[in-house]
Design a protein around this ligand. Structure first.
Ligand code: SF4
Length: 448
């Protein structure tokens, strides 16, 4: 349970030395309780008090990091049931399955998909996150060889799957420095897996035959000092798995039940053999509340929608995606090229700039900061009106880049044309299309 301000105050030195920037220890305690201050600001807290406070301040679902170097997967750390309450923190990792009984060519093909299936959207690169290696042969040497090949073939995070700790240890030999996720810790192998987790310091995923068994196992692991834990409720039907996800999230957040306060893993690829159904089931867990989602294979036509769904759900609803205000050159413009104006909502920017690029007409795109709002919304909010646009056009420097001083405003802001001509007497204001798809035709018809 989180501590109250008074409970925190009781753990502070109570000297009111002010070094933390607050006038009293009580004021600092209140800020800590509200999450508005960092514990490190007070240098005088005893180690015992510090560990109590850190424990209380830990998120109800602990974060777990898998992988090493530039590409790591961080899951968990969630604090809300619903995105609109604040935001979801760490997007679920999408994993592709590779087994040690697959022919070499298939392993290579799957690694290629993992490395090459990536998409640019609103300026972000969307790509899958993890390779899940499963030992089907039960042969430690084969598993070690597979882990070695995958380590060479990608820098992405790895998960090792075998219920035999000896096989996992063999896989670890090849890729321990990549901090792989070890799966599964079960009732049967728990003692040996605890040993393996402690010596390797790698995160582990626990699989229970029921939620009760899951709780027993996480209690055993945490008592052994292991906190990098991922939960598999063991369900392999959509309904049961979905119910378990919701139950786990509720228990962790609303009941503050620590034994279930960890990110989860789900296996849509083990719930059906139909690739499209796998994608639909995975989509359910992107929304609620999969931490890692293991797919049987990747297909561009289903992976892309999953990545976009994930992007949409894990975008902070309080901060619209925005592009930097300024002048953008499209297709090498000259001082005789048309000038188009738009807002800095990322989706608007990428649609408009994409259509301008497609037209192949050299042109200037002037992007006005509207706090990430689209043209229509910004116009309605008074952020994309003549009074706001004119000072920006004057100071942004576009007047020095073109001789003609003609500015095309979006069709949705046509009502501002008159006001802008008054505010910008040296400019001729022209009204462009409402829809981005009409921009190429507009630009091709634009005459200097
Ligand atoms: S630095 Fe620590 S002891 Fe000093 S006022 Fe702040 S909380 Fe109190």
């Amino acid at each position: 349970m989180p501590l109250t301000g008074i409970e925190i105050f009781k753990l502070l030195p109570k000297t009111n030395c002010k070094e933390c920037g607050d006038p009293t220890c009580l004021a600092f305690a209140m800020k800590l309780a509200a999450g508005k201050a960092e514990l490190t600001l007070c240098k005088y807290i005893s180690e015992e008090a510090k560990s109590k406070l850190q424990e209380a301040a830990a998120p109800p679902i602990l974060p777990v990091t898998i992988g090493a170097g530039n590409r790591v997967l961080k899951v968990g750390g969630e604090t809300v049931m619903f995105r609109h309450e604040k935001r979801f923190e760490n997007p679920p990792g999408l994993a592709i399955l590779i087994t040690d009984t697959m022919p070499d060519a298939e392993v290579t093909a799957r690694l290629d998909k993992f490395n090459n299936l990536k998409y640019i959207r609103v300026g972000l690169t969307l790509r899958p996150d993890m390779v899940a290696l499963k030992s089907e042969s039960g042969d430690p040497a084969k598993f070690e060889a597979l882990a070695g090949k995958v380590k060479q073939g990608t820098d992405g995070p790895i998960m090792l799957i075998s219920s035999n700790p000896d096989v996992l240890a063999a896989g670890l030999k090849a890729c321990a420095d990549r901090n792989p996720l070890l799966y599964p810790v079960t009732k049967e192998n728990a003692d040996r897996m605890i040993e393996l987790a402690k010596t390797s310091k790698c995160p582990v995923a626990v699989k229970g035959a029921s939620l009760d068994e899951l709780v027993e196992l996480t209690n055993k692991l945490t008592a052994a000092g292991i906190k990098n834990i991922v939960l598999d409720s063991g369900a392999r039907t959509l309904r049961r798995a979905f119910e378990d996800q919701v139950f786990i999230r509720r228990s962790a957040l609303q009941k503050k039940f620590r034994p279930l306060g960890f990110p989860t893993i789900v296996f849509p690829g083990e719930m059906t053999t139909d690739p499209m159904k796998v994608a639909v089931i995975a989509a359910t867990f992107v929304a609620k509340y999969g931490g890692i989602i293991v797919l049987s294979d990747f297909y561009g036509e289903s992976l892309f929608p999953l990545l976009v769904e994930r992007l949409n759900i894990y975008t902070d609803p309080q901060r619209p995606l925005a592009t930097t205000e300024g002048i953008y050159e499209i297709n090498n413009p000259t001082d005789g090229s048309p000038v188009l104006l738009t807002s800095n909502f990322s989706l608007t920017y990428f649609i408009v700039s994409g259509e301008m690029e497609n037209s192949r007409v050299p042109s200037w795109l002037v992007v006005k900061d509207t706090e990430g709002l689209s043209v229509m919304t910004a116009w309605a909010a008074g952020k994309f009106v003549a009074d706001a646009i004119a000072p920006f056009v004057r100071k942004c420097g576009i007047a020095d880049k073109v001789k003609h001083h003609r500015l095309t405003i979006p069709g949705y802001a046509a009502a501002e044309a008159g006001g802008l001509e008054e505010e910008l007497p040296n400019w001729k204001i022209e009204v462009g299309p409402r829809e981005g798809s009409l921009i190429p035709a507009y630009l091709k018809a634009w005459k200097p």
